[in-house]
Design a protein around this ligand. Structure first.
Ligand code: NAD
Length: 360
């Protein structure tokens, strides 16, 4: 049987790492029917939209996709394709495991934690009011009239909605994931001391959900303290659950703890759909250079294989990647900080992983 999978190469370095990942996944012997989904700047040029409806339909039909990163123009241009995909498909979970592989240049060597990030609300909701518009003036007047405070008239405003339903849903996912994966603790991250009605709501929802999981330890941390503790003593954490923005920032921090974005995989999940993608972005300055590390996307592919129930293939790919990292020869520049001239390129990493898999 072949799996129907939507393959979204993205833009920037996306197509290169997607090709490398596709080759590795195919080398497992598992059969795939890839359905191409073009998004981002290439789709903009070809179809006049960065997110054609056909891509959404393809993911809905196939239920599983693997995706390269997509550039989001800063300040102007089209809105984030990534955010739009998550919203359109109600992909409410962003799941990002961070673990150290032997041989990765990093400060710590025994980290194994999982970030569970809420994907649909918070400051990421995209509800924004531009400086100088009548809408922002109305909002500023409303806030002043309701005696909530004075906002300067030359302000732009971004709204931070946090709901009871979505907070409970993401925390429940974190606990269920912890239980299923034999993990011991869930840490909820917030800034409830300052944002009482948004982060405060998230925290009270987390506490309530935690009551239903007496077999798993629960604790909470204020996000600034959490950042410091993650840098100083990351081993104390297991599963971390956070609203969207803190989850976004802490995911990159956690990636940094385990050797960088080159080995940080991820998945965006709904009740029945899954899009697997690396934590990193499109690294535009390296586009077409066969330079960046494809392992984060390959490890996202490992997550996809597990999701499909292909546990043996997943294990083989992960072991081969770990082997290539441990040898430290066929690795990209990010794993060769002291001798970057000895680094290999994206496609050579795929060759090395495939070779290792076949030798095992
Ligand atoms: P980025 O993650 O693309 O790159 C930051 C830096 O990290 C790079 O310059 C590079 O030095 C390093 N890096 C990233 N991926 C690497 C890899 N695989 N191997 C080795 N080094 C790697 O972050 P950015 O520069 O802030 O964002 C670039 C674009 O990507 C932006 O438009 C942003 O919006 C977008 N983005 C997309 C996604 C996504 O598609 N899911 C996620 C994050 C950012």
């Amino acid at each position: 049987m072949a799996y129907n999978i939507t393959l979204i190469p993205g833009d920037g370095v996306g197509p290169e790492i997607t090709e490398a990942t596709k080759r590795v996944l195919e080398a497992t012997g598992v059969k795939f029917n890839w359905e191409l989904g073009e998004v981002g700047s290439y789709a903009m040029e070809k179809y006049g939209t960065p997110l054609p409806a056909s891509v959404i339909e393809s993911v809905k039909k196939n239920k599983v996709a693997i995706k390269g990163p997509v550039t989001t123009p800063v300040g102007s241009g089209f809105r984030s394709v990534n955010v739009a995909l998550r919203k359109e498909l109600e992909l409410y979970v962003c799941l990002r495991p961070c673990k150290t592989y032997k041989g990765v240049p990093s400060r710590f060597d025994n980290i194994d934690l999982v970030m569970v990030r809420e994907n649909l609300e918070d400051l990421y909701a995209g509800i924004e009011y531009e400086k100088g518009t009548p809408e922002v003036a109305n909002l500023i007047k409303f806030i002043a009239d309701s005696k909530k405070g004075a906002i300067r008239p030359d302000s732009g405003i971004s709204i931070k909605p946090i709901s009871e339903f979505r907070s409970k849903r993401i925390v429940k996912f974190a606990f269920d994931y912890a239980r299923l994966n034999h993990r011991k603790k869930v840490t909820a991250v917030h800034k409830a001391n300052i944002m009482k009605f948004s982060d405060g709501l998230f925290l009270s929802c987390a506490r309530e959900v935690a009551k239903g999981y007496t077999d798993i330890e629960f604790e909470d941390r204020i996000v600034d303290n959490m950042s410091m503790q993650l840098v100083q003593k990351p081993q104390q954490f297991d599963v971390i659950v956070a609203p969207n923005l803190y989850g976004d920032i802490l995911s990159d921090l956690c990636a940094g703890l385990v050797g960088g974005l080159g080995v940080a995989p991820g998945a965006n999940l709904s009740e029945d759909l899954a899009i697997f993608e690396a934590t990193h972005g499109s690294a535009p300055k390296y586009t077409g250079m066969n330079k960046v590390n494809p392992m984060a996307m390959m490890l996202s592919g490992v997550m996809m294989l597990r999701h499909l129930g292909e546990k043996d293939a997943a294990q083989r790919v992960e072991k081969a990647i770990a082997g290539v990292i441990a040898e430290g020869i066929d690795v990209t520049y990010d794993f060769k900080p002291l001798s970057p001239e000895k680094a290999v390129g994206t496609s050579q990493v795929a060759d090395a992983v495939i070779k290792k898999m076949h030798r095992a």
